[in-house]
Ligand binder design. Structure first.
Ligand SMILES: [Zn+2]
Length: 401
């Protein structure tokens, strides 16, 4: 008899660890909160909240603020994140740039490093990323026992036979390469890897326009295009971490040839690469997004590209709205914000969908607010919110030093 896979149960330890993260996220997103306010926001029992808050305070992850005197009832103690309670390193690798940041537990960037790369192979990128990690820790010194881990963002898709690592929008030589294991071996620090669109969705949820949303799609317009899916308060990653790889969704059958082997893929119309080609920018492999911003500033309407991009983008938004019923679709990525605003301004009228309702409070499309560091900030948050990161729980054990 073959056994069918069941929905994973949650044991007490996992539940406790999950609830700790829920409490920390509630305070990170809202600022200082009393136990009663945390209970209202998280739907956890007051006893559970009390236990968790006490524990987090003992571990110096939370600190108590001055008591607030309410009109009636017991005075409430607000708790805020202790920024120095924990640190994490965020790394982002793309075609032309490697970026690293150290953030504290409140999400504030304490050090940042940027290094140019040129479509690096793993053999080129891995030592560089490890060096960036080391340099960050020399730039900003802290108690290493409080380092929660490394979160890394890079372009997907991961491990798709016959489709990945081909064409100009994928990084060469990364198929089947064990990124997390190798970086962990080089640095001695636990590593969580996520695609850049998913990391950017986390960044936008923690710091940007999606702070109060529980279901949204983040369209990451980079060299290629991908979507990060944040649904019902959770990231949706798919069975092989490739959910949202919609850059290779066909929007024009028989259209432009794509490096994946098909024709008419979305990212052949909506991506930096597509813009460079349409606008006949020389050497598109080494063109920079700032070039598009400069053209725009000089009065170029980018029309040769925008006219081709807008319909495929409308179609993608329509499909995402109908399939996922999100509160909004956020546009962002490495595309300069001025260019994204230009695209957004041309989207009207969007196609009819389940999102075309008069009762909505959030526009159907928003331009991301967290800027070009959205995904590296999201990457830095991975070690804090990754359900599988054991390092986070190590903090609750007394340090031997
Ligand atoms: Zn394709």
């Amino acid at each position: 008899m073959t056994l069918r896979k069941a929905i994973a149960g949650t044991n007490l330890e996992q539940a406790k660890s999950h609830n700790r993260r829920v409490v920390i996220e509630a305070i990170r997103t809202n600022g200082a909160l009393s136990r009663a306010a945390i209970a209202r926001l998280t739907a956890l029992s007051t006893q559970t909240i009390s236990n968790i808050v006490e524990e987090l305070e003992r571990e110096q992850l939370l600190s108590a603020q001055a008591t607030l005197k309410g009109a009636r009832g017991q005075p409430a103690v607000p708790y805020s994140i202790n920024p120095d309670g924990g640190y994490s390193i965020g790394l982002q690798l793309d075609h032309q740039l490697a970026v690293g940041v150290i953030t504290d537990l409140s999400g504030t960037v304490r050090a940042r490093i940027e290094r140019p790369v040129d479509r690096p192979t793993p053999a080129q990128a891995m030592p560089l990323l490890a060096t960036i990690g080391g340099d960050l820790m020399r730039k900003f010194r802290f108690d290493r026992n409080r380092l929660l881990g490394i979160g890394m963002a890079m372009p997907g898709p991961f491990d798709v036979e016959g489709m990945t690592s081909v064409g100009p929008t994928a990084l060469p030589g990364w198929q089947d390469f064990p990124v997390a294991e190798e970086l962990q071996r080089l640095t001695g620090i636990p590593v969580t890897v996520e695609n850049d669109a998913t990391a950017a969705a986390i960044g936008e949820r923690l710091y940007g326009v999606a702070r109060n949303l529980s279901s949204f799609v983040y369209l990451f317009i980079g060299t290629g295009l991908g979507a990060g899916l944040f649904l019902d308060g959770h990231l949706y990653k798919g069975s092989r971490h490739n959910a949202g790889e919609i850059g290779h969704m066909i929007v024009k059958p028989g259209g432009l040839e794509c490096g994946c082997g098909k024709r008419g893929c979305l990212e052949r119309y909506v991506s930096l690469r597509a813009a460079y080609e349409c606008l006949e920018i020389p050497d598109p492999d080494h063109a920079s997004p700032e070039l598009l911003q400069a053209l725009l500033a000089n009065g170029d309407s980018l029309e040769a590209w925008v006219a081709q991009a807008i319909d495929p983008l409308r179609q993608a938004i329509n499909m995402l709205e109908l399939a996922l019923d999100p509160e909004t679709v956020v546009l962002g990525g490495f595309m300069p914000v001025g260019v994204i605003e230009l695209l957004a301004s041309r989207l009207d009228p969007l196609y009819l969908s389940v999102s075309s309702t008069s009762t909505r409070t959030v526009p159907r499309v928003l331009v991301g607010a967290a800027g070009k560091d959205t995904s590296v900030l999201g990457a830095a948050a991975l070690p804090i919110f990754s359900e599988t990161n054991p390092q986070f729980d190590v903090l609750q054990k007394p340090h031997s030093a």
